[in-house]
Design a binder for this molecule. Structure first.
Ligand code: ATP
Length: 262
């Protein structure tokens, strides 16, 4: 990744992310359209100033509160999520007592094998290094408790056709809180229809997923994962009057302000 090696480059973070996606693509973890989806995200991140906005901070706190209070939480991983934020999201799953389920739009056996093997390696990596601010004694066990699901789905998301409906009956189908980063609008709609809390991470505040979610974090997935981990160390209480449309509006206002300034 020579193009991403220089941290003094003004677009270092963006180049680094692209490098990670290139590597993931070479490892067979991504469908061809994954890079296009990333490009759409980058465009919105540019408009948002490539920072975590105040609205995203609030939504991340709400996500942490709901994850911490969940009976059964599942964090869904697709290829892009895995390439950009696997370690931090796995750490979040460990702290929240959540499971992880690979949930991809274009499911092939080869891609599932590549993703599962990447995830297993990531789990070993994070287990071996207790994060700052977390009790060293319990960390290994918390990481061990995170189940990596997705390889042998035995259930289907109601209302969806084809392989993208496949899921685990004791994973996504049994969860009361689902975190679905970079989710396709159709599947998000089907998950919301199951009557559970759906937490979406999406840089596009106008996407169907962003509009349909219970809580939307309009932020870049790797920034979100880092922030969520910090929030999960000391989660607050759930806001039962959560107004998600206000969060989307605040992201649109940020974009508007940035456009007016430039
Ligand atoms: P929808 O069907 O919900 O209207 P879509 O068809 O744009 O949306 P996809 O292309 O399936 O959805 O999903 C990609 C979404 O993920 C896009 O909305 C994009 O903005 C967002 N996205 C891409 N990369 C990132 C990232 N790194 N962090 C957060 N969001 C991202």
């Amino acid at each position: 990744m020579s193009h991403a090696a220089d941290p003094s480059h003004p677009r270092y973070k963006s180049l680094l992310a692209r490098g990670k996606l290139e590597e993931a693509a070479e490892a067979g973890m991504l469908a061809a359209s994954a890079l296009i989806a990333h490009g759409r995200g980058e465009a919105f991140d540019y408009l948002l100033g490539e920072v975590t906005t105040e609205g995203a901070v609030r939504a991340t706190k709400e996500a942490a509160a709901r994850l911490a209070a969940a009976e059964r939480a599942v964090i869904s991983f697709n290829g892009n999520t895995m390439a950009l934020a696997s370690d931090d999201l796995l750490r979040c799953a460990a702290l929240a007592g959540a499971d992880v389920e690979i949930n991809i739009f274009y499911r092939t056996p080869e891609r599932m094998i590549a993703l599962m093997s990447f995830l297993e390696d990531a789990k070993v990596r994070i287990r071996n290094s207790t994060p700052q601010g977390v009790n060293d004694d319990g960390w290994g066990e918390m990481v061990d408790d995170v189940r990596l699901l997705g390889a042998s789905p035995d259930g289907r998301i109601p209302g969806l056709e084809g392989p993208r409906a496949n899921c685990h009956s004791d994973g996504m189908l049994a969860a009361d809180v689902l975190v679905v980063p970079l989710e396709d609008g159709d599947r998000c709609e089907a998950l919301v229809a199951m009557g559970v809390d759906v937490i979406v991470i999406d840089l596009n505040p106008m996407s169907r997923s962003a509009k349909m979610a219970t809580v939307t974090i309009v932020d870049e997935i790797s920034r979100f994962a880092e922030n969520l981990f910090e929030e999960l160390k000391n989660p607050g209480v759930i806001n039962r009057n959560w107004d998600n449309s206000a969060i989307l509006q605040s992201a649109l206002d940020c974009i508007n302000d940035n456009l007016t300034k430039s």
